[in-house]
Design a protein around this ligand. Structure first.
Ligand SMILES: Cc1ncc(COP(=O)(O)O)c(C=O)c1O
Length: 419
């Protein structure tokens, strides 16, 4: 990244500065540690570091681990953390206390919930999803179908999902906000249609939780999973969460019968007995340092008014789309995301045949979005730390990169391992 280029950014116009000055969430930015001058539009991939997290982790390391050692499982309630943090996340996604637990990765949680759902739905063979769903969701379903032998993954375009649900559908598995397009599916309508046909629905909330309002119980949702390291700001590889509606908890059993999901793990008995409620979906020992970091991120979001978060997600993304429409017209970009905020989440994507190079050229100017193969450049708007002036400057940088063809440099063609 070139500091010289960052310094040459034009000052935003007065109305943009006024929008920042009048933003009711403006105080939250200082609660994140963000490099000076960087315009970070990738919180939908890796959320920023909450400023309180390093000191909290230092205390967990020095005092809890370093001093209190094993006793911390009781004295600092490490043992209760997966449920405690799960209850906090529940407040962000319209779930109740005891319906969410923090555990494992999204991939592993998909496996646990899909398997449990298929077991309950004996006689129904299909997992229904959409083509182009996040790869791990499809891969987990494919792997499970291969393992079980008599089940299959079927994909139909999102617009045809409701019509495709039939008596053979065991579970509908969809991502609420699509990772690439940002399209938001109608959770209430799809869930109701699935229930009408006797199917369960498993929602992946990775691009929704902490970014836009989610009302799992209001929609009658059955099952959900979601990421800790995106909008929840839990840090790289933060543990994920899962939701099981209370009415289903006694009926479903995790295939990963780990000791932490046992009814009495410290009885050390030979036979597995699933724990009560959501606890049965825990598996092994939680990664405590990561879980402590995740709790900081979740606590920070819980301090903000969800209505203000949603309103600012709309305002920021709308402003960016308008800026691209006016300043980048005729420069080869096409909007991939739905135009109306009601139909999308908090990130916006554009297609361009040189999307990868454009993304790298922007990063070189201190504007961090990301690239999704084959031709999408994606910009995430995180209302707690993204400013209107950041969005304005990102639009300016994008227009300049396209107009000057700054992307057309061999340096920007080199593929990085993570895009
Ligand atoms: C929709 C969606 N699901 C799942 C994942 C990955 O989950 P994990 O790495 O926790 O298994 C991602 C990562 O970007 C994602 O976007």
């Amino acid at each position: 990244m070139s500091p010289a280029l960052i310094l040459t950014r034009a000052a935003p116009p007065a109305d943009i500065l006024a929008a920042d000055a009048n933003d009711p969430l403006r105080g939250f930015r200082a609660r994140f540690q963000l490099p000076e001058g960087l315009i970070y539009l990738d919180g939908n991939s890796l959320g920023a570091l909450p400023a309180a997290t390093p000191a909290r982790l230092a205390r967990a390391i020095d005092h809890e681990w370093g001093h209190d050692l094993i006793g911390s499982w009781n004295s600092h309630d490490w043992f209760g953390a997966p449920r405690r943090v799960g209850d906090k996340i529940a407040g962000l996604i319209g779930a109740g206390a005891g319906e969410v637990i923090v555990a494992d990765s999204v991939s592993v949680n998909l496996f646990k919930l899909l398997t449990a759902a298929l077991e309950r739905q004996a006689g129904r063979r299909t997992i229904l999803s959409e083509p182009g769903n996040f790869p791990t969701d499809l891969y987990m379903a494919q792997g499970l179908a291969r393992m079980l032998g008599d089940r299959a993954l079927r994909t139909v375009p999102a617009d045809d999902i409701i019509a495709a649900i039939d008596d053979d559908t065991a579970v509908v598995m969809l991502t609420h906000v699509h990772y690439k397009t940002g399209r938001k599916l109608d959770m209430a309508a799809i869930t109701a249609a699935a229930h009408a046909k006797g199917a369960l629905v498993l929602w992946d909330l990775s691009h929704s939780a902490g970014a836009i309002p989610v009302d799992l119980n209001g929609c009658g949702a059955d099952l959900a999973v979601g990421c800790g390291y995106k909008y929840l700001n839990g840090g790289p590889g933060a543990p994920a969460f899962l939701f099981v509606a209370r009415r289903l908890q006694d009926e479903l059993v995790s295939p990963l019968a780990g000791w932490m999901g046992h009814a009495r793990p410290f009885d050390f008995i030979d036979d597995y007995e699933p724990g009560a409620g959501i606890t049965r979906f825990a598996c092994g020992t939680p990664p405590m340092l990561s879980l402590i970091a995740l709790e900081q991120g979740v606590d920070l979001i819980l301090d903000a008014d969800p209505g203000l978060i949603a309103a600012k997600a709309e305002a920021l993304s709308e402003m960016f789309i308008r800026s691209v429409e006016t300043r980048c017209a005729g420069l080869g970009l096409s909007l991939v995301s739905p135009r109306a905020f009601a139909d999308r989440g908090s990130h916006v994507s554009f297609a361009h045949e040189r999307a990868y190079e454009i993304c790298r050229a922007l990063i070189a100017r201190g504007v961090v979005g990301d690239f999704r193969a084959p031709d999408v450049v994606r910009f995430g708007f995180t209302p707690l730390y993204t400013r209107f002036s950041d969005v304005w400057a990102a639009g300016d940088a994008l227009a300049d990169v396209l107009e000057t063809r700054a992307w057309d440099s061999p340096a920007f063609r080199v593929r990085t391992a993570v895009t």
